[in-house]
Design a protein around this ligand. Structure first.
Ligand code: COA
Length: 333
């Protein structure tokens, strides 16, 4: 028997964004803003919105997982576990992962959701990898998806320009070589919770006439304070994971950053010493889809990746939560 450590490899990725495009010019008709302000401050040109009644985050997740199963030629009954990272679950319970499993026919799978806001996908990916490394699970799907439009006030110009709907999913399987997830660092600091949160609707402040009147079911954010924490922590943790694994800028094929703000991403890339050619960006087209940004980015740029490429994933989000993950890509396209 070999004593080699089992690693979890990403063996497929699929993403989904809804068809409806909410452009900066349409936002100009809703709130007092301009395309120029949004582009300069955030780098976002447009975002996707899931329209229609009774369309929750599970709709995004189901599209991602169905596409993933088809693409990887996987029988849904072979899936052991589905983990869904989201802060916009269809309902508090049951979990969105259960709804996804049911609709994709993953009848032998169990599942649970992970709530870590914009760091949700990295938290969920590192969690999913543990089940593979333990040798107890052979096929794990990790979904990151959010319907941010369900918690956005389209009269609030500070927040409505930033977010969009979308998601992505990856399949994790035991690696047959030394590729796959190599290392990760996860952090949180609950003292930042007041700066970025959904104030009401939970057990602390259940829904009431007042919470509705005060618009407390919409995202609350102190943008410039969050910005400062995000710049420092996302850059720090990306540098830390490089040092921990003796990686120099030349060793990195791509940085896959959470897409919240182009300026936060630039600061992280600068600290890592990687040039713009190595930084994957799709914020211009989708905005911040919270747990969806990183898997959407992997999906968008999958064709670029070669087996053995070193990728650094990095995120910062509400909670506060932040993290970085180092993986070696496992297949050629
Ligand atoms: N259009 C036009 N003006 C706007 C605007 C908009 N959409 N949103 C805010 N403004 C105004 C503000 O009202 C403020 O005006 P004032 O000085 O008269 O009060 C001015 O622009 C500057 O606001 P400020 O919040 O200081 O701008 P900023 O440079 O910090 O950029 C964000 C705002 C939200 C883009 C930026 O803070 C940010 O990206 N924060 C991180 C948000 C994030 O990504 N969070 C998710 C988790 S990482």
């Amino acid at each position: 028997m070999s004593s080699k450590k089992l690693r979890a490899s990403i063996t497929g990725v699929h993403g989904y964004v809804p068809d409806y495009i909410l452009s900066n010019s349409e936002l100009e008709t809703l709130v007092d803003t301009t395309d120029e302000w949004i582009m300069t401050r955030t780098g976002i040109k447009e975002r996707r919105i899931l329209k229609g009644d009774l369309q929750g985050t599970s709709v995004l997740g189901i599209k991602c997982v169905k596409g993933l199963l088809e693409k990887t030629n996987t029988d849904p009954k072979d899936i052991d576990l589905i983990i869904c990272a989201t802060v916009t679950p269809d309902m508090f319970f049951p979990s969105t992962s259960n709804l996804i499993a049911d609709k994709v026919g993953a009848s032998n799978s169990y599942g649970f959701d992970i709530s870590a806001a914009c760091s949700g996908f990295i938290y969920a990916l590192s969690t999913g990898s543990q089940f593979i490394e333990a040798g107890t699970h052979k096929k794990v799907i990790v979904v990151g998806a959010d319907k941010m439009s369900s918690i956005i006030d389209y009269e609030d110009r500070k927040n409505c320009v930033l977010f969009g709907d979308g998601g992505g999913a990856v399949l994790l399987e035991p690696s047959s070589d030394d590729t796959g997830i190599q290392d990760y660092l996860l952090k949180s600091d609950g003292s930042g919770s007041d700066m970025l949160c959904l104030k009401a609707g939970g057990s602390l402040r259940p829904a009431s006439k007042d919470t509705i009147k005060n618009k407390e079911h919409y995202i609350y954010q102190e943008g410039s304070s969050v910005f400062k924490f995000a710049v420092t922590n996302m850059a720090d943790i990306s540098e830390e994971i490089m040092k921990k694994n003796n990686l120099k800028a030349d060793d990195i094929a791509y940085l896959v950053p959470h897409q919240a703000n182009k300026r936060i991403i630039d600061a992280t890339a600068n600290r890592m010493g990687v040039g713009p050619d190595k930084v994957l960006l799709n914020i211009e087209r989708y905005g911040n889809t919270t747990a969806g940004t990183i898997p959407l980015c992997l999906w968008d740029f999958e064709k670029k990746f070669k087996k053995g490429d070193n990728l650094i994933l990095a995120a910062f989000g509400g909670g506060f939560t932040w993290g970085s993950l180092y993986l070696k890509w496992s297949y050629n396209n």
